[in-house]
Design a protein around this ligand. Sequence first.
Ligand code: F6R
Length: 400
Amino acid sequence: MQREPAEINLIDAFERISVQIFPTIKEGSAWAAQQIASLIKQKGEAGEKCVLGLATGSTPKTLYAELVRMHREEGLSFKNVITFNLDEYYPIDNDAFQSYNAFMQRHLFQHVDIDPANIHIPNGQLSKEEIKTHAVSYEKMLEEAGGIDLQILGIGINGHIGFNEPGSSIYSKTRLINLENSTRLANAYEFANISEVPRLAITMGISVILKAKKIVLLAWGPSKAAVVQKAVEGNVTETVPASLLQQHNDCSFIIDEAAAAELTRFKSPWLTGEITWSAKMIKKAVVNMALKLEKPVLSLTNNDYTEFGLGDLLIEQGDAYEINLKVYYMLRDSITGWPGGKPKATIPAHPERSEPYPKKVIIFSPHPDDDIISMGGTFQRLHDQGHEVHIAYQTSGIFS
Ligand code: F6R
């Protein structure tokens, strides 16, 4: 009997880790909470302990809130749960607000019926000499508990998992580590200012994380999109520690749409399946190609289109010259000298509303003078063309 050729899943050809995308953080977190709850119950019914590896940071907060809700409203019990946290700042008092010990109490442990003896979090209060022994005994306790059944991870914008910063080896053990400045900056919001963010942390090593039977990594928001793409579609490399998860046989990424935006299936959907070539999609594909090839749009050739995987577009829309011009006009028409719309004028290529006139404009500026640096000309025009312009400066006052 002749066998049908195996169907090739084009998304899988790019994504080397299973990815599930949810519209909102709430829905993604609810899914992850459901996985945890089922495992706890299944282990409970078998008379076994359920060993969870837990993360801190902003990412799992909604997940923990959902677990707390399930405990309160649905009777989910944590009596058979043993937990091991990934990391802790060093040095830090366990009681300090910013410590991960305190974080876990606030967001999960004090609201559920877990036995405090079953909670394990690296201790940031020890002396440097004591840390090595502490790290060894942390891993030993984990082993004695039977290993992690389900590990929850977040991801740093530099690709770290736990606090395994870029360069961490796949064989790394639980240890002290230097935090990168980007990590300290990303976490500074919990502290009075960046100089108070500890420079060191204790983290479970990557080899320990990879021993977990199942791994679920959560990532939300646009700031994680680039690193999610690298981890899922890039090469396995210690410079992006999360890419090492490609070596695990039961790891999935649970992410929202914003964090998924850089994946090829969204960034270049023509490469992963059939698409409808709307004007917007043509512009996206051609601009993307021009940027990658570092060529002006008008210089792109038929060959470029073919080699860039856009041969279909040539077949459907004519040759490169025609398509280049079309995209060039689209780009040109997105530039206007009337950012608030031209009163009494209707110019089809410029859909900015001419009415009402004048407009009330609020410019949100993430840092005083970003308005001038990034859109000073537009700002001036809005004012000169008679609109009422206001600026909302968004600053915590840290960078005075
Ligand atoms: C913390 C941890 C870190 C965070 C990561 C993302 O226990 O393991 O890897 O998951 O730094 O932090 P957030 O969630 O604050 O973006």
